[in-house]
Design a protein. Structure first.
Length: 77
């Protein structure tokens, strides 16, 4: 499903301009080394796996994850 420009700019539930500003300030103030360390920590997490998949398969993968999460106690993420 393609999102319109308005949908793409609407913040997620629970987000407000103050929270958005705080996150933006955090990332804008990071050094390159700090940003790399944060990325490496996220990608090295045991909580999941990062995979490159064809964009056409994204909806199917999301549906599979939702199905998994509906039948298991812990989320797939």
């Amino acid at each position: 499903m393609k999102q319109t420009a308005i949908e793409q700019t609407r913040p997620p539930p629970g987000w407000n301009p103050e929270r958005i500003g705080q996150v933006l300030a955090h990332y804008e103030s990071q050094s390159e080394e700090e940003a790399m360390a944060e990325d490496e920590a996220a990608f090295g997490s045991a909580d999941g796996t990062v995979m490159k998949i064809p964009p056409a398969l994204v909806p199917e993968v999301r549906a599979l994850i939702a199905k998994y999460e509906a039948t298991h106690d812990s989320p797939a993420r």
